[in-house]
Design a protein around this ligand. Sequence first.
Ligand code: LIP
Length: 266
Amino acid sequence: MDLDPRPLVATAVGIAAEAAELVQSIRRSAIDDVDTKSTETDVVTAGDRAAEQLVRSRLAELRPGEPVLGEEEGGDTPSEGLSWVVDPIDGTVNYLYGYPWYAVSVAAQLDGVSVAGVVLEPVSGRVWTAARGHGAQLDGVPLRVSSASRLEVSLIGTGFSYSAQRRQRQADVVSGLITRVRDVRRAGAASLDLCAVAAGWLDGYAEHALNRWDWAAGALVAAEAGAVVHLPGDVAALGADATFAAAPGIAEELRAALVDCGFGEV
Ligand code: LIP
């Protein structure tokens, strides 16, 4: 890759910081302005919409002509060239409830592969960053995944779909896994769950039915921190629709256990 992705990280951090301030101000003033999307539990707030509009406006100023894919206004990811992927609030239900695990996620992709990413937490102010080939950082401090080597004492993150039918199948998989690991965490924001793997706060994470905007930045943070990462479309690993990140010492054991519990067919 000839491109130096580090300036793209700086651009994304500045934009995400502005969006984070906006979502917090809206949370204080207009959190009741809520609509639903795919199901009654799949919500979109005024904060989601306003933050994505701000990010798109700043990218148009700073990176004119580069396509943007966002959760609320759509778009596409070209197979060639530089583009941007935005989740204005990842963890929208947490944001709605005031549960402080949500983030603004902005990633730059080259030919559809993440090369720069930021996951910025409006509540704590934590800034997770990664540039491909240049490592991952939390508030500028380098990140490294855990040294976990035994699945039975590993802490694993996951998440569930907004579709109740699919959630039941996902829960069936987790019920098979729960006795094979230390414990499971379901915190509600994929980008931050992937960052938690990068920081060693989780030993592994796997979830179905994520969208590109959910994983585009967080998966790069995890990979640059040394995680084994599988993304949707990596059918041989975990089926067509899985997002996976794990410390190398347990990655294959966790992947095999997930397949054994039916993760690949949900
Ligand atoms: C969320 C994901 C989370 C998943 C939730 C939801 P959103 O994204 O980050 O991992 O379990 O169901 O999809 O909708 O808050 O941007």
